[in-house]
Design a protein around this ligand. Structure first.
Ligand SMILES: [Zn+2]
Length: 80
């Protein structure tokens, strides 16, 4: 469930917003941290982007192949 955090951000003329420092610290966001955007009805949700295995959703020991991530376990299964 979405929780209001009492912040109003304004979009600047280049379309950028500033994520308040309190929220950056909460989510350990530093310069160039990837964020994934979701939209639902009238909401825009930013989520810390963590790459996941395309097969099982794990983010353990990922290998990147043609812009997709595959975990070690699935990679071993594929190699059989
Ligand atoms: Zn996997």
């Amino acid at each position: 469930m979405l929780k209001a955090c009492g912040n109003i951000c304004r979009v600047d003329k280049l379309g950028r917003i500033v994520v308040p420092v309190k929220i950056r610290r909460m989510f350990d966001l530093v310069e160039n941290s990837p964020l994934e955007l979701f939209v639902e009805d009238d909401k825009i949700v930013f989520k810390r982007y963590l790459p996941q295995c395309v097969f099982c959703g794990s983010n353990d020991e990922l290998t990147e192949y043609k812009e997709h991530h595959i975990c070690k376990k699935c990679l071993e299964e594929l190699s059989k």
